[in-house]
Design a protein around this ligand. Structure first.
Ligand code: ADP
Length: 271
């Protein structure tokens, strides 16, 4: 059976109890799964409390990302790999699922090049930021994930990833999940967030786009703003990598995974 990759965001409003209950019930039904999660809202809170508030940069092509200097990546690890990851693992353990929480740094699960500089647009001018621990996943340690899964463990993965030189790098969770789905030959990638899916007229939740066939992908991309653009980019990478469908679903629901599998949210189809 092909695995399902489920990525849950770290935005406000996400119900992790409901998510874990749903994941546990699928695992009990014998569905092979990998769970990927974020932790952005909690990281912002902790970083602010520690006196190192989050900083974001916008690239020349309009993508916004977190600026991770050394201090920021340490706080990022505390939250993503610490409180959020262990919180999810604990919930799953309580539901009888033998979950193993790992970051992309562990076992080089997500390996990629560290960016030498980040191009950021500020007041119409582009500047290069060098003090940044950021990168993109280029290689997934499929062997490690498959050996965990075949031994009956549920991998619960989170950024950061691992640079080729062995440094922690902030990688985008949606794109890392997309890479993982393609590498594991998954049929379905699910990206769950705090919106019903891709909205034609954001933030109007009644404007949900239910299905995007391959020929309409570029047109659908026009509706995505801000962080949703990166989600769509991840979706495209997964579909190009052979994943049959990507579902953008709502993690605020009582049964978020089952509902998405039953057709709620936006279904993006591969060619
Ligand atoms: P997460 O951290 O849960 O993965 P993100 O914050 O990265 O989620 O991305 C989802 C966000 O994208 C939504 O909360 C919303 O603010 C934003 N967004 C922008 N454009 C759209 C759109 N067209 N449809 C849905 N959400 C959109």
């Amino acid at each position: 059976m092909q695995p399902i990759i489920i990525k849950v965001g770290g935005s406000e409003g996400i119900d992790l109890d409901a998510l874990c209950a749903d994941v546990a019930s699928l695992v009990h039904d014998g569905v092979p799964l990998v769970l990927v999660h974020g932790g952005s809202a909690e990281t912002n809170r902790v970083a602010t409390a520690l006196g190192h508030p989050p900083q974001f940069v916008t690239s020349p092509s309009g993508f916004t990302s977190r600026l991770t200097d050394r201090k920021a990546i340490e706080i990022f690890e505390m939250v993503y790999c610490g409180s959020v990851n262990k919180g999810i693992v604990e919930r799953l353990q309580g539901l009888g699922i033998n979950a193993v929480g790992l970051s992309g740094l562990d076992g080089r699960i997500w390996e990629g090049k560290r960016k030498k500089g980040l191009r950021a647009v500020e007041n119409g001018k582009t500047r290069i930021i060098r003090d940044t621990w950021t990168g993109t996943v280029e290689r997934v340690n499929v062997e490690l994930l498959q050996s965990l899964m075949s031994a009956g463990y549920l991998p619960v993965l989170t950024p950061p990833g691992c640079s080729v030189d062995g440094e922690a790098i902030n990688v985008d969770g949606d794109r890392a999940a997309a890479r993982t789905a393609a590498a594991l030959g998954a049929e379905t990638l699910m990206l769950l967030s705090n919106v019903p899916g891709l909205l034609k007229d954001f933030p109007d939740e009644d404007s949900l786009i239910e299905e995007v066939p391959p020929a309409e992908f570029e047109a659908a991309m026009e509706f995505a703003q801000g962080r949703m653009r990166i989600k769509m980019l991840g979706a495209k990478e997964a579909l190009d990598g052979g994943v049959s469908r990507v579902i953008l679903g709502d993690a605020r629901h009582a049964s978020p995974v089952r509902e998405a599998l039953d057709g709620a949210g936006t279904v993006l189809l591969g060619g």
